[in-house]
Design a protein around this ligand. Structure first.
Ligand code: NAD
Ligand code: SF4
Length: 453
């Protein structure tokens, strides 16, 4: 069900929409921070739990529960770290927020810091996003000048400072522990978990890492009240509350980022929001939420009879008609991820699409774990060989083995992020791969953009 909302996007497109003046005038800016600072930190965390905001970075972990993991340490300070290292292919929602609504991020940081007992928030921004950094620094400066940040925000004795930290242009620095290493000036390599950041995060201190959209959503949700905010969602009963930024890109007529209540379906996103498939072609497949999420075929039906998975509430329906939620997508064997869907029109070669992704993952692996470093490279080399008509059927099976041997055998989720989309393409488009092995298709005629060879 499409329910447009504009808590975050109301200021998008307004003249100087990113300024404090517009933020205060249009969306009651900084009223939520005032409200939070009159509550106790425990009350703020309780309210955050009621919001049922599932982390917007891709994993979907409940934000309020994450905040509740933070326990005061006798000697160590606590930190809030905001992950704005948006680098997932096809995902560009956080960037719109930083450019258009940086004050929601700063206000969210004040509330988050107060709730978890931190006095400092770091916003780690992807290096390439120069305008985003400029707008965030501008918002911090304006908020400080007004007395909303610093030693006595709003006249209280709860100091809060917010800093922008520039990333180093590596996709893996979007993984939270790699991001923390990079923030500390170390090499951006993931750490083993546990300990989770809540136990030992930035500089070895208790830390909450939240995605940028997650924290930006907090002010509006707090002003509204956690329960009321959560109930905006069609999936409130699954503790997947509120609203979120949806992205639609790839082969659609109107690629865009829109703010909607949680629970819109892929069909609505593609046809009603995205204007339909480019050139009115039939739909081949959709990657639901960034390249790490396994592809869904347009002709897939939920819980087809040969599947052994427990009965899905949308049993028998097209996967395109399942509301997009963290648990509903898991039930389809994929993930909601960043909720920025990539559309593949009929005519796209799935083998070429897989090669494209594997090239990316091979390049971005940090190289610490053998299954990821070697497996990713092997996946890329083998799919390239298939496209060049140089592989045999055994090598097609090898691809499954390599991908399955990456799963569960790596330090961070990047390994699975490589293997899962590979397995998705292999399982759902087996015939396309076989056609190359049999020499019935060649790379020369394959295309990623239908109509363009
Ligand atoms: P994860 O499931 O390991 O963790 C999710 C969050 O919950 C983390 O903050 C983690 O610290 C916390 N957590 C989980 N269990 C916990 C526990 N028992 N105690 C304390 N804290 C706990 O996932 P992840 O590795 O953080 O993220 C993977 C996701 O990131 C993938 O879905 C991928 O799609 C996404 N991703 C997004 C981008 C982007 O640009 N937005 C880039 C790369 C990957
Ligand atoms: Fe690095 Fe890959 Fe291992 Fe993650 S899974 S730590 S990216 S080698």
């Amino acid at each position: 069900m499409i329910k447009p909302v504009n808590y975050l996007s109301k200021v998008y497109g307004i003249k100087n929409g990113w300024s404090l003046e517009v933020y205060e005038r249009e969306v009651q800016g900084y009223q939520a921070a005032r409200k939070a600072l009159r509550m106790t930190p425990a009350q703020v965390v309780d309210e955050a739990k009621k919001m049922n905001i599932r982390g917007r970075g891709g994993a979907g972990f409940p934000m309020g529960i994450k905040w509740s993991f933070m326990k005061p340490h006798p000697t160590k300070p606590a930190y809030l770290v905001i992950n704005a290292d948006e680098g997932e292919p096809g995902t560009h929602k956080d960037r719109t927020l930083m450019e258009w609504n940086p004050h929601a991020v700063v206000e969210g940081c004040i509330i988050g810091c107060y709730g978890i007992g931190a006095h400092v928030a770091y916003i780690y921004v992807r290096d390439e996003l120069h305008l985003s950094k400029e707008r965030l620094w501008g918002a911090i400066k304006e908020a400080k000048a007004k007395g909303y940040l610093g030693k006595n925000p709003f006249g209280t004795d709860y100091p809060v400072e917010v800093y922008v930290h520039t990333g180093a242009g590596a996709y893996i620095c979007g993984e939270e522990t790699s991001l923390l290493n990079s923030l500390e000036g170390r090499r951006g390599e993931p750490r083993l978990k546990p300990p989770f950041p809540a136990q030992a995060g930035a500089f070895g201190c208790p830390t909450t890492v939240n995605n940028l959209e997650t924290i930006a959503m907090v002010p509006a949700a707090l002003l509204m009240g956690g329960d009321a905010y959560s109930q905006l969602s069609a999936l409130h009963h699954l503790r997947d509350g509120g609203s979120r930024l949806y992205g639609i890109n790839g082969h659609v007529k109107n690629p865009k980022v829109v703010e909607l209540a949680v629970g819109v379906t892929l069909r609505e996103l593609i046809y009603d929001i995205g204007g339909g498939v480019t050139g009115d072609r039939p739909l081949l497949a959709v990657i639901p939420g960034g390249s790490s999420t396994p592809v869904l075929r347009a002709d897939e039906v939920v819980n087809a009879p040969d599947e052994k998975a427990p009965l899905h509430p949308w049993h028998g329906q097209s996967v395109l008609d399942v509301p997009l939620g963290v648990d509903t997508m898991r039930g389809l064997g994929t993930m909601l991820g960043t909720c920025c869907a990539t559309v593949l029109a009929e005519g796209t070669c799935p083998v070429l699409a897989m090669e494209n992704l594997m090239q990316f993952y091979r390049h971005e692996s940090c190289g610490q774990c053998t299954p990821c470093r070697e497996g990713g490279a092997w996946l890329f080399r083998t799919v390239t060989k298939i496209l060049d008509n140089k592989a045999n059927m055994q090598e097609l099976d090898n691809l499954h083995d390599i991908a399955n041997n990456i799963m569960g055998n790596t330090i961070c989720a990047f390994g699975e992020g490589t293997a899962m989309p590979a397995l998705g393409f292999l399982q759902k488009f087996r015939k396309d791969f076989e056609a190359y092995v049999r020499g019935e298709r060649t790379r020369a005629t394959a295309t990623l953009i239908p109509g363009v060879s």
